[in-house]
Design a protein around this ligand. Structure first.
Ligand code: GTR
Length: 426
């Protein structure tokens, strides 16, 4: 009897595992037929023919869908914010740059959280500079081999290669990701660059909203159970970007009207979310943001909504689970998110070997969103074909490239981002 029970138990476990096993589709012929929601038609069926109608009717409708069904709503409640300079220097990056490390502390109802913003600015600017801002994966100290960057003490995903065990960073990770952040190159081109460690705002694991910035907004009455449309981690990381923007507004060396927000992968999703929710960002760059970022979900190519929600249950709001293996029911696809960026310049980057993120789905999403740029009378990608690898396509306010290689951010990607930003922010 006991043996039979054990057998039944293992049978159940293997059935559950089998049911959850995921085989991505990489075959264009197997993509389901799908229809994308019309961007220029309201839910009531009204044709959107002017930018006024877009801004007053359709854009708010689409934004509400992303807040209610995808990334979740950021609470309205105010937090008390203060800034403290932790360190600064006018001799950074071989004397070419100013470095600032600013702690932004958030307080609410007796709880507090913080994010440390690392900023490099070109030295001889003579006027407020345009700046790139994006979150980073392994602490500010990992983005540049600069001994003065404060080593992060925040919870971190373990990474053997970087010497991160027990969720704590060590000196070994200093500068480890500098290939993703060519600070010197950015500075030489007249831009500032700022970053914060994403785990300061929300450690990247499912903790039921107990830590990071979520903790400040927990609703005790609700026994800390978030509502189905409450913000997940991506919206929290986006919130952090908006707090960086608040800081820029107080720093006279930075031109807050020329801020380019960018992110890679899950942080690319966060950058797009930030730009959709907060219109102060002047230019947006998505690097290989894939599923739940720039890519069309209804293609279900590579990573899918169901798979992302199961593996990363804390990233999106709970309502997003409705679309697991059910993309057809999505009231809007990710082209709607890109459209929310319009008319601000928008660049989407893919990599050939990053099929998991569906490069073609990222391109088609941008192309479809271009109809809103057209409404603004701006040159766009609406009639464009997907360009060959390593041949960036920039048409007015929209840009796209697919480069050779893997899921990563390389100097090549930054060269295109800087070129695009020079066209629009300089
Ligand atoms: C993957 C995830 C992707 C992407 C990536 C990353 O595991 O499936 O959606 O976000 O992580 O952020 O590196």
């Amino acid at each position: 009897m006991k043996q039979n029970l054990i057998l039944v138990f293992f049978l159940c476990i293997s059935l559950i595992t089998y049911a959850q096993e995921f085989t991505p589709n990489y075959n264009e012929a197997k993509i389901p037929d799908f229809t994308l929601a019309a961007l220029l038609e309201s839910t009531q069926g009204k044709k959107i023919t002017s930018t006024d109608d877009w801004e007053s009717i359709r854009r708010p409708e689409i934004l509400e869908i992303f807040k209610g069904e995808v990334y979740g709503n950021i609470p309205d409640a105010k937090v008390k914010t203060s800034y403290k300079s932790l360190e600064s220097s006018t001799e950074a990056i071989d004397g070419k740059a100013i470095r600032k490390q600013v702690r932004i502390t958030f307080k609410r109802k007796g709880k507090s959280a913080f994010m440390d913003l690392l900023i490099y600015l070109p030295k001889q600017a003579g006027k407020p500079v345009p700046i790139f801002v994006g979150p980073n994966f392994y602490g500010n100290h990992a983005i540049e081999n600069d001994p003065e960057i404060l080593l992060s003490n925040s919870w971190m995903r373990n990474n053997e290669g970087m010497g991160i065990t027990d969720h704590k960073a060590t000196e070994k990770s200093r500068g480890y990701n500098s290939h993703r952040w060519p600070v010197s190159y950015i500075i030489e081109n007249g831009f500032g660059v700022a970053t914060y460690y994403y785990g300061d705002i929300d450690p990247d694991f499912d903790d039921g909203f107990k830590n990071g910035i979520h903790a400040l907004f927990n609703n005790k009455k609700n026994n800390d159970v978030p509502k189905a449309d409450a913000w997940g981690s991506i919206a929290a990381w986006a919130w952090g970007l908006s707090r960086a923007m608040d800081y820029f507004e107080t720093d006279s060396a930075i031109d807050e009207a020329r801020v380019a927000v960018l992110g890679h992968s899950r942080l690319g999703k966060a950058a797009l979310c930030a730009a959709a929710y907060d219109e102060r960002f002047a230019l947006v760059i998505s690097n290989e943001s894939g599923c739940g970022g720039a890519a069309l979900s209804k293609r279900a190519y590579g990573e899918t909504v169901g798979r992302i929600n199961r593996v990363f249950p804390h990233w999106f709001c709970d309502n997003y689970n409705k679309y697991n293996e059910n993309e057809a029911a999505l009231p809007i696809d990710q082209h709607g998110l890109l459209a929310l960026v319009a008319p601000r310049p928008l660049y989407v980057a893919s990599a050939e070997e990053d099929q998991w993120a569906d490069p073609k789905g990222e391109f088609l999403s941008l192309k479809t969103a271009s109809i809103v740029y057209e409404l603004y009378g701006l040159e766009n990608l609406i009639a464009a074909k997907m360009p060959p690898v390593d041949q960036p396509l920039i048409q007015g306010h929209t840009g796209y490239h697919i480069r050779t290689g893997k899921h990563n951010v390389l100097k090549y990607d930054w060269e295109q981002f800087v070129k695009f930003a020079e066209m629009h922010l300089e």
